[in-house]
Ligand binder design. Structure first.
Ligand SMILES: NC(=O)c1ccc[n+]([C@@H]2O[C@H](COP(=O)([O-])OP(=O)(O)OC[C@H]3O[C@@H](n4cnc5c(N)ncnc54)[C@H](OP(=O)(O)O)[C@@H]3O)[C@@H](O)[C@H]2O)c1
Length: 315
């Protein structure tokens, strides 16, 4: 049995995001800089050295390149999180067909965690995911970008098949705590369901405010908000100094200190190392309250909590 199989997912503290593991065009457009596959491989190896190396994937990440890339790296001994993205109206067999493509990309016979990426045709899509679970091809089932009511529905469908809902994966960060305010995070805690936060760095806006990064689509949209965030950066820096961690690490540790699992987009080995170090730092309740109060006072929205709602069809 591999070291990963011995590990318990309840001990999971963080996840490596692969949204930007794309080709050079993708890197340049989205992040202002393309990164060679060899550099991403170093990030992969750095995470793999950890007992609980988990990579979050989806077919569309990196313009369709991320899953193929991790397959080339050889991902037999890491934990794989991947998703079915229901954008078109439901057609029987669509999840299973898409899942077979995932397995071919990974060169594996199963995935560890499989998410329904959007709350469309929930019953139909989940029923195919349940079949894959019973076939032993999926170890854990989660839902992503779901509201509390949609999570309750998903849980009731899984309960009826005797399968636990493993997790909810929604957008959450120091700047975006709507899912906490409206009770979803507490509901997850009360039901033993893991809450994974995507974009805890708000697409790079909660990183180094002084970095002179090259132009990218994200920076063009969001950079002007950096000025407004100056007092928060200063507070994050001062909290970070108490623990010997950087501003982005405060954003990561803010989540993990609350029992939320941060998914962080890492293309470089140092980013993976910072992520694993950050989640081993526990911020105090007083520090968490101070950070929240400052974020609330500034009231800056970057991505917003339910950013993909436009892709959800009316039921
Ligand atoms: N379920 C969903 O619907 C959904 C949606 C979106 C994302 N996700 C998942 O969440 C993950 C995270 O989101 P994301 O990748 O879009 O954005 P993110 O993690 O919020 O931000 C990524 C940005 O932060 C920078 N960064 C990362 N670590 C850093 C560090 N230690 N110091 C300084 N800068 C650092 C990256 O730099 P570089 O430019 O150097 O790479 C990149 O510009 C995705 O990769 C994906 O797995 C899920």
């Amino acid at each position: 049995m591999s070291k990963i199989e011995n590990n318990n997912l309840s001990q999971l503290k963080c996840v490596v995001g692969t949204n930007s593991w794309g080709g050079s065009l993708y890197g340049k457009l989205l992040r202002g800089e393309s990164v060679d596959e060899s550099i991403i491989k170093e990030a992969f190896d750095s995470a793999r050295a950890n007992d609980l190396a988990v990579f979050d994937l989806a077919q569309d990440y990196g313009f369709g390149q991320a899953q193929k890339m991790i397959g080339r790296f050889g991902c037999g001994d890491v934990l794989i999180s991947s998703k079915f993205t229901p954008t078109a109206r439901y057609k029987a067999g669509q999840v299973k067909k898409s899942f077979e493509k995932d397995l071919a990309d990974f060169g594996r016979s199963y995935v560890d965690i499989y998410w329904l990426h959007l709350p469309n045709d929930i019953c139909e899509n989940l029923s195919e995911i349940i079949d894959l679970y019973h076939d032993g091809k999926i170890r854990h089932i989660g839902v992503s970008n779901f509201t509390l009511d949609e999570c309750r529905l998903a849980k009731s469908i899984l309960d009826a098949s005797g399968i636990p809902l493993y997790g909810v994966q929604n957008h959450y960060s120091l700047l975006c705590r709507d899912w906490e305010r409206n009770g979803l995070v507490d509901w997850c805690r009360a039901n033993g369901i893991s809450f994974w936060a995507w974009a805890v760095l708000e697409e790079g806006m909660l990183t180094n405010p002084k970095s002179k990064s090259k132009k990218s689509v994200m920076k063009l949209i969001f950079n002007r908000k950096k000025k407004k965030l100056k007092p928060l950066y200063e507070l994050m820096e001062s909290v970070g100094n108490q623990h010997n961690i950087s501003i982005p690490q405060v954003a990561m540790s803010f989540c993990s200190s609350k029992g939320i699992v941060p998914i962080c987009g890492c293309r470089k080995a140092y980013q993976v190392e910072q992520l694993y170090n950050a989640v081993n730092v526990k911020l105090s309740d007083a520090e968490i309250k101070m950070l929240e109060a400052e974020a609330d006072r500034l009231n800056v929205t970057i991505l917003g909590a339910d950013v993909f709602r436009f892709a959800v069809r009316k039921r």
